[in-house]
Design a protein around this ligand. Sequence first.
Ligand code: NDP
Length: 329
Amino acid sequence: RPYKADDTRYNTMQYRRCGNSGILLPLISLGLWHNFGHTNDLETGRSLLRCAFDNGITHFDLANNYGPPYGAAEENFGRIFKEDFQPYRDELLISSKAGWDMWPGPYGNFGSRKYLVASLDQSLKRMGLDYVDIFYHHRPDPDTPLEETMGALHHLVQKGKALYAGISQYPADLTARAAKIMKDLGTPLLIHQPRYNMLDRWVEDGLLGELEKQGMGAIAFSPLEQGILTNKYLNGIPKDSRATKDGRYLKESQITPELLKKVGALNNIAKNRGQSLAQMAIAWLLKDERISTVLVGVSKKEQLLDNLEALKNIKFSESELKEIKSVLG
Ligand code: NDP
């Protein structure tokens, strides 16, 4: 049962440069927000990670509080890493984050140096790693000076606990300030992790332009709007879907008839391109070269294989783009 990675793993995946850095990212990356908690089956998680790496997905994205409970995804990843992926450590880019609530009291949330430094130490222990490749501040903190938060990221890179630093969910103006602070410190920010998908296009209004200006990459999270941008909800809400099983972040009430009408129209456009809706949603993000990689979550291997097929066609004709725009409004 010992894992041996597929020898053909680098044959088909395409890689894109992350901003002005030395790092190449696979066009599709795998996130462990869901499906890796202690309530999930570890063997399913293992099969997802193996399938990903066997197909050239070299980037796994985690955070301190992915679970449930908080910390569980890192613990489970750590177990699987130790058993399966240790020999491949230098072929992998592993990220973690801190910025949301993690432990009780005033030092387990937001953006203080106290929180970030302690949290990364905890993450490294849970995962059994000496360092992460990317450490992110997970969201802006309105009350901590940005200099302190960025100083903590710089410090952790200097200490060798992270190779690169990133930010997530920062608006364009704050991104510009953060990038300036980090450049001055000598640890340029590698990457920004924003929410971006066909139904949530806020990044087009300034953020992507700022990232290009700063020479930073972008990794788009929730590219399938947690599963809504697939064909799965078109004929009712399946029992094994995130909306039914989990309900923490995607609620059945969010999947309204108006939304499904839009999704149905997008599904038809995808069919005409010879793609599943999930594939088109991924391709639609990658048509913009400023998107370094699309960060999917999957609950089944088949979903990952479906998503990987997106890379066969990431070009859109003018008329397809127009049609999509008219559906999205
Ligand atoms: P997606 O939008 O890709 O949604 C994933 C869900 O979509 C899956 O769990 C599955 O749902 C469904 N799905 C995926 N592929 C298919 C397919 N081919 N056909 C049908 N259904 C499919 O991403 P997530 O919302 O999971 O986010 C991805 C990653 O982004 C996270 O794991 C995390 O790493 C990161 N993230 C970062 C955040 C941040 O603040 N920085 C916040 C949120 C996420 P089902 O379970 O129903 O089968």
